[in-house]
Design a protein around this ligand. Structure first.
Ligand SMILES: [Zn+2]
Length: 244
């Protein structure tokens, strides 16, 4: 059975435009080494805790530099092992579940109550290529820290983020990317060092609208994330179009 991607859910009345809330949780240090087995354990843990549906398929996307992207659907139980095969690649695994059916654990539930009701779209990103990182929130411009040039770069989309190629040279001075020196300018005009915007791994959770709680109220899910990521940062993307 294919993964259900459509968001035409009768209880979803808040967002007539079909806009959703997306929360990114990522390690708070882009340099922290995080290995594929840790991420496979995290994904397996989300299945075991009941956040993900073991009876539904999971979609996997994999991009290797210079190769056509792979798109696979597989039983949930096979997906942690498939993550391990992502050496040298950018991989994401994703599943949409519905908290309304009562069987799913909602990490944003407060005292057992899900608010909002409806779907949770989980996506785990694992970037294992040495010269690539994920930018969960795509910048509109790259600001070279060596010469000050401001360039709008076309970065390849991966899931809901884009991939940053660390070997890409500045069009003006030829310097390659330095995370602690170059900056990214976001759509809202805010400017951050790339080391604050980029990551090797992240999990995104999409909901119909912003949850009540900023942190994950579910201690076991939060602990699972800490074991895989160490300390985390959160980025919220409100009123965005749903993942495709
Ligand atoms: Zn430059």
């Amino acid at each position: 059975m294919p993964v259900r991607r459509e968001r035409v859910d009768p209880v979803r009345d808040q967002s007539e435009l079909g806009l959703v809330h997306r929360r990114w949780i990522l390690p708070d240090d882009v340099q922290r080494p995080i290995l594929l087995p840790q991420l496979a354990r995290l994904w397996r843990g989300l299945i075991d805790l009941g956040c993900l549906d073991p009876g539904q398929e999971i979609r996997l996307e994999r991009a290797r530099p210079g190769a056509a992207p792979e798109l696979l659907e597989m039983p949930a139980g096979a997906s942690p092992g498939a993550l391990l095969a992502g050496s040298g690649a950018a991989t994401l695994v994703t599943q949409v579940v519905w908290v309304d059916d009562g069987d799913r654990r909602d990490p944003y539930a407060v005292e057992g109550e899900s608010d909002p009701q409806g779907f949770r779209d989980y996506t785990l990103y694992a970037i294992d290529a040495a010269e690539q990182l994920l930018l969960p929130i795509p910048p509109v411009a790259h600001l070279c820290g060596a010469c000050g040039a401001r360039e709008a770069r076309e970065l390849p989309r991966f899931g809901e983020g884009v991939l940053l190629d660390l070997t890409q040279a500045c069009g003006k001075c030829g310097a390659t990317v330095v995370l602690g020196r170059d900056r990214g300018e976001l759509k809202n005009g805010a400017v951050f060092l790339l080391e604050e915007l980029a990551c090797r791994t992240a999990i995104s959770i999409e909901l119909p609208r912003e949850p009540q709680s900023e942190d994950l109220p579910d201690a076991q899910v939060a602990q699972l994330l800490r074991e895989a990521f160490g300390g985390t940062d959160e980025l919220a993307d409100d009123a965005v179009p749903p993942a495709e």
